[in-house]
Design a protein around this ligand. Structure first.
Ligand SMILES: Nc1nc2c(ncn2[C@@H]2O[C@H](COP(=O)(O)OP(=O)(O)OP(=O)(O)O)[C@@H](O)[C@H]2O)c(=O)[nH]1
Ligand SMILES: [Mg+2]
Length: 398
């Protein structure tokens, strides 16, 4: 397959490399924090499944020297490539990255980017607002970016403005901003690619589904850690309701990843899932069974953390399955009986066996991260086999 090239530019620290990793679905571009900037040369990334190549650049800096260095690097690279006269080396799309958390630099950074990319006058631009953690600010920021471009000649090249969260962002112990906008960015980029470099709808759909799955699993990992922290406090866990806020955040975030928006129908569907993990008799029965297992040689707080984490992991993995069925059009949001039964099935004897394995794998005073890692490892396995079964089913359906 012929692939197009996407050039990623923006100030240092806006999150270009983090964004690239999110799009690739792998941690390949080095990211970091600090005044010096992390990416210090151009790097080109491609992945088997991604329909385009991504070029990571040196971030622009507010200091004049560094700015020039970044611009010079991009220009000399592209001149070098242009010499080859190979269409494969053309820049086909540019991602202008601006930081959603520092509006102050927005207009100036857009000017810098326009200057730096003056040799690609006709190349379509997608403005990416990184670190869009704040939901209310997303619209405002997008408008600011549109306005900033309106005043400039190259503004007409801007095809889309997309707010993203490349990696979940922890707001406090129990809340976080979930990944956002990544699959939209992939789709929009493919859409503005020149004919001949566009991937087919099926390829894009498959890639999007893979990305959604990976992001959702990452999110279950974070939620599991949160639950282990919350669950370690000495409250009798027969009252699994203390997990409710964590579970609500988890289920909402997974729903968003699968493009399921808030409505009465989706609320019913989601509440059913949360109920199974909090107040249902199956969850309570599972907890008492685990607590009654003789000879458990770990601290009570560790056991509580394991139970809490496991519930949230099982719930999250179940929710991924449920939302994916809806996303693929195989189930509807009205199938609440189906989702209840499916979720209850996840708290059966298999659940207890897994929790047991987690308990056995842990040292007496395991840390919360050890606990969470062990849970994710053991619960993640179910998902892998589920995935295979599903794939087979999908193939048959086609
Ligand atoms: N949680 C979270 N952190 C982010 C996100 N985007 C960027 N960051 C953080 O911001 C810092 C800078 O990100 P990088 O991706 O290294 O930024 P860059 O634009 O590549 O920076 P240079 O290579 O210096 O130009 C890192 O600590 C990232 O973890 C995001 O969506 N979520
Ligand atoms: Mg970088």
């Amino acid at each position: 397959m012929k692939r197009g090239n996407v050039l990623v530019i923006g100030n240092t620290g806006v999150g270009k490399s983090t964004l690239i990793n999110a799009v690739l679905g792998e941690n390949r571009a080095r990211t970091g924090w600090g005044p010096k900037g992390t990416t210090n040369r151009l790097a080109i990334y491609e992945s088997e499944d991604l329909p385009f190549r991504i070029i990571d650049t040196i971030g622009f800096d507010t200091s004049h020297r560094k700015e020039r260095r970044a611009i010079t690097a991009v220009k000399s690279w592209s001149k070098e490539r242009a010499k080859n006269n190979d269409a494969d080396n053309d820049i086909n799309v540019i991602w202008f990255c601006v930081d959603g958390t520092s509006r102050k630099y927005l207009a100036k950074s857009i000017d810098t980017m326009i200057k730096a990319t003056s040799m690609w006058k006709t190349v379509p631009i997608i403005a990416v607002i990184t670190k869009s953690y704040s939901v209310p600010e997303r619209m405002e920021n997008a408008e600011m970016v549109y306005t900033a471009f309106e005043k400039r000649k190259r503004g007409k090249n801007v095809k889309r403005v997309i707010p993203v969260v490349a990696k979940e962002y922890q707001l406090d112990e129990t809340t976080f901003a979930a990944p956002e906008g990544i699959t939209e960015l992939i789709e929009a980029t493919n859409r503005v690619m020149p004919e001949g470099l566009k991937a087919g709808q099926d390829d894009v759909a498959r890639f999007k589904l893979n990305r959604k799955r990976a992001m959702a699993h990452g999110l279950v990992g974070t939620s599991t850690t949160t639950a282990a922290v919350v669950g370690a406090i000495p409250i009798p866990l027969a009252d699994a309701a203390i997990l409710t806020p964590v579970e609500i955040a988890e289920i909402n975030a997974i729903a968003r990843i699968y493009g399921i928006r808030k409505s009465d129908r989706s609320a019913n569907f989601m509440n059913t899932i949360i109920e199974v993990g909090t107040i249902s008799t199956v969850a309570k029965a599972a907890i008492s069974t685990i607590k009654a297992i003789p000879g458990v040689n770990i601290a009570a707080s560790v056991l509580n953390a394991v139970i809490a984490g496991s519930i949230v992991a099982a719930l999250g993995e179940g929710a991924i399955y449920a939302f994916e069925q809806v996303y693929l059009g195989k189930k509807s949001l009205d199938d609440t009986d189906w989702v209840r039964k499916m979720m209850e099935g996840r708290f059966s004897s298999d659940f207890i066996d897994r929790v047991n394995l987690v308990v056995k794998s842990l040292p007496k005073n395991a840390s919360k991260t050890e606990i969470a890692r062990s849970i994710v490892r053991l619960f993640g396995n179910t998902m892998k086999s589920t995935k295979k079964v599903e794939d087979a089913a999908e193939e048959k359906a086609e």
